[in-house]
Design a protein around this ligand. Sequence first.
Ligand code: GAL
Length: 853
Amino acid sequence: MVVFENKAILKLLLVCLFVQFSFSAANFFRPFNVTYDHRALIIDGKRRMLISGGIHYPRATPQMWPDLIAKSKEGGADVIESYTFWNGHEPVRGQYNFEGRFDLVKFVKLVGDNGLYFLLRIGPYVCAEWNFGGFPVWLRDIPGIEFRTDNEPFKREMQRFVTKIVDLMREEKLFSWQGGPIILLQIENEYGNMEGSYGQKGKEYVKWAANMALGLGAGVPWVMCKQTDAPGDIIDTCNNYYCDGYKPNSPSKPTIWTENWDGWYTSWGGRLPHRPVEDLAFAVARFFQRGGSLMNYYMYFGGTNFGRTSGGPFYITSYDYDAPIDEYGLRSEPKWGHLKDLHAAIKLCERALVAADSPQYMKLGPRQEAHIYWENTQSTVLNTTLSESQSACSAFLANIDEHNTVTVTFRGKSYSLPPWSVSILPDCSNVAFNTAKVGAQTSVKLVENALSPKISAPELIITKNEVSSISESWMSVKEPIGIWSESNFTVQGLLEHLKVTKDESDYLWHMTRIYVSDDDVAFWEENKVSPTLVIDSMRDVLRIFINGELMGSVSGHWVKVVQPVQFQQGYSDLMLLSQTVGLQVGLKGEFQKIFTIEENEKAGWTNLKLDATPSTFTWYKAYFDSPDGSEPIAIDLGSMGKGQAWVNDHHIGRYWNLTAPKDGCPDSCDYRGTYGSNKCMTNCGKPTQTWYHVPRSWLQASNNLLVIFEEIGGNPFEISVKLRVPRILCAQMSKSYYPPLREWLHLDLIDGKVSISDMKPQIHLQCEDGQIISSIEFASYGTPHGSCQNFSKGNCHSPNSLSVVSEACVGRNSCSVEVSNSGFGSDPCRGVLKTLAVEARCVSTSTIGVSQF
Ligand code: GAL
């Protein structure tokens, strides 16, 4: 919330608001209506096939939004999707926050500015691995409340928030019929999973939620996901890894996929999930093949759970999700590029896809099938060749066999289909794309140490502003163990954590005094037993202290605590610190806000000696300068134990140095066959998260305040600032590679005419914005071996390889090179299938500029 401290600031803000308003008053689109039929959403009178990308606005900074939206658009998205986050927007009942990362209006407007549509999933229960599923914790305190059921107090609160959002969107003219980008809304979230457990009241609640939503006059359709009994006009939608064949509950509703899980989330101590892009593309192609009309990637950009926003139990601060755009806002290749090609291929089919009421089905083999979309259904033409005047025809050929490449015959031509793949034929004849053939570049991102660039990147020159070593200037202050203020209170028994903290802190101290008599001690000694603290059930973390000394720690989700403790004769203080990880109270340092620029000096910091031993419950602070350039920044907290970190008053999140199990990560990931989140794990035996994103916009050139609260003990001297640098690009393509898809995009499909006779395969390399290709590390047109960072020449190699590729690429942000004999001057080995493999290096232009001094 903005607090107006004096009139001058207020005036300034009003001026800014006015300027902002006058810019954004323009419509993004000509006002248009959104309706639907059984086939698709109908936008401004036309059915559309839509690709949507999920971006949760508070998981990035407003400064990152424009680039994320632009990259989504470039990747082929038509729509941006987000939940709303009730507890972020209404942290205190009746006090709203639509500022900063929660500036929903600004985010939706930016999407509209880019010519993209918006799918707003209001919830307000959203799940999303977000704290408390999006519910404000104060909701628990409403008398008589029962969540997500036919309960008046709950319904009242839910309606109030949903109305608030719809009204805000309408006031800001953000609905389609107002010329805004919002085309679709969602109420509730996957309630179908829960409904049964609420009996009749659950059914009543679904009806109420639907009517309430429809009654708000938003003027665009509503969806309910995983809600097979979605009433009336509300479209029930699918959330899953695969949604082909999904049928909504009425023949008049279109097939919509609100969550295509393109990766998965991670817990502290967990492995990192990956969904192979070949399988993801297969799932998307199958969806559109079998009649789907709108698909949303959950997530297209996952981002970061800044502050204490991550849900629980035990979800990590990163919400990278293995999404096409990574946590830092960089393209994750080859995922981003392969999906871009897929989207382009689907777009080439759009005319036929929307024209046909349903596809024609053709069995091509035991596990092979085709779906054909005709502009005018002409069953008779199936076995004939289209003449130019005939209507548009697009086809999808699928091989669902997980093991074998199969050659099928379709309309008189044969097609080789790799296992578990779909070929897309926008003209029913030529293959524009196959989901298992990745033509996109791969990109290797290095995490480079901004403090000592020589360590990980000898060729990287940071001549200016080598960041001063934060390791020489740490200060610390101890957090008191136990009760530290007068604001404590006495009760009988233990109180529930959230009831007391109201989620303003992860931490809650409980203290009691225990008297141990001589007889007790004698009894324990005689019977060789020691007293044990037993707690039947607790979550998430508990630390047990006697007289200020740590006796033990337990973590888990509703686990029993059995902790032997030692008492001496007389009075002892038993102190329990309960903690949520996902959900004064709290700590003294938190209360005093010693992590802020304004308040930190008030704590009794002392200089930390280099040989200081790791210390529990300690606050640390240091200052650091920003590395030059535009590359994203992370703080490496791998040397620390568990706690929280702030940079310049921004809470960058919780950290916890827990290591993933040693096993369960395959040597290589086989994309074939049904995906599940355990299938292609990586990072076994390594800490789940050590790098924590610090958005550039939170930093100034120098003197950035880093404050850490450490619970267990760690070495702050080893904390370092890292750059996340996309450095290496690789691409590999054989001469026989089809399709040269990008060329198709220039063709006019209006008459259903496509000719690919002149097209040659090309490789495309693209560095991140602000970078150029500095060198070609490897290039071979011939029969190269190996894979990215490990290429070698084969028997056949064109001597021009390096010079041709260097000439086309060096000094440019992106380039294309034709994979052909003519491109390389001559044929280096007749009769042999040739491949071009390239490895390129990218550098940031600012680095180059600086190094020229
Ligand atoms: C879905 C849910 C999403 C998210 C996802 C897993 O079931 O609707 O909000 O939690 O699972 O990432």
